[in-house]
Ligand binder design. Structure first.
Ligand code: PGA
Length: 251
């Protein structure tokens, strides 16, 4: 009833030859996977035209890893939502913790990025999640609630229906330490409850909420088995075709 999504966040990895090879392997093997699962790859900007070209006619969709919070202008080195749309990109990751941390992206900027994504027919994959010290202080629910409130909940119901939420506990990203299925389910159910309060039962029931953070071919099945976990945002394990394909088959 809810769309299942597995999205591969390549981050700043791969080159033209290695990305092309990975995409070929995915295309060749994807027909054997469940058609109910939307598979998304998020290459670095420079590899997006290659990805959209190679994936044309396939069931895979392309995401960007970011977009700028202005639509155009004198922002040297930046990439806008209209540019992404013009390349055939369908999704954009917004608010990844690495950008919140290293690029000091603010909630206000993330809300602006979300607006621009939606205005340009890109589905935001909006990331939330707490650093370790916040979880240790037992403030993780409060922080995630604030991230949703500040970055997403200004949206109209019509716009919010396009949004995919990704819960990525920062302490689990790239560390090999995955949230337990219970920790993931607990936070996903909490997020869905907040969506329900804001937008009502129907929209809450239909919003895909992905888990991210050291999700791999071995642990994906037990994470995806939870009621409120609708798939994953996969970093490291999305760079190897066999692992990524195994994750796609983990529902
Ligand atoms: P990881 O990254 O799977 O390598 O932990 C996930 C992410 O940052 O989206």
């Amino acid at each position: 009833m809810r769309q299942k999504i597995v999205a591969g966040n390549w981050k700043m990895n791969l080159t033209l030859p290695t990305a092309t090879e990975l995409l070929h392997q995915l295309i060749q093997n994807i027909p054997h996977t469940d058609p109910a699962v939307q598979v998304v790859v998020a290459p670095p900007f420079v590899l997006i035209p290659t990805a959209t070209h190679l994936l044309q006619g396939s069931t895979l969709a392309v995401a960007a890893q970011n977009c700028h919070h202005h639509a155009q202008g004198a922002y040297t080195g930046e990439v806008s939502a209209p540019m992404l749309q013009s390349l055939g990109v369908q999704y954009v990751i917004i608010g990844h913790s690495e950008r919140r941390q290293y690029q000091a992206e603010t909630d206000t900027q993330l809300a602006e990025k979300t607006n621009l994504a939606l205005a340009n027919h890109l589905r935001p994959i909006f990331c939330v999640g707490e650093p370790l010290h916040i979880r240790q202080a037992n403030n993780h629910f409060q922080l995630v609630a604030e991230q949703l409130q500040n970055g997403l909940f200004h949206l109209s119901a019509e716009h919010f229906q396009q949004v995919v939420v990704a819960y990525e506990p920062v302490w689990a990203i790239g560390t090999g330490i995955t949230a337990t299925p219970q920790q993931a389910q607990e936070m996903h159910a909490f997020i869905r409850q907040l969506i329900q309060k804001q937008y009502g039962e129907t929209i809450a029931r239909h919003t895909p909420i992905l888990y991210g953070g050291s999700c791999n071919a071995t642990n994906a099945a037990e994470l995806f088995a939870n009621t409120d976990v609708d798939g994953g945002l996969i970093g490291g394990a999305s760079l190897k075709a066999a692992d990524f394909l195994q994750i796609i088959r983990s529902f």
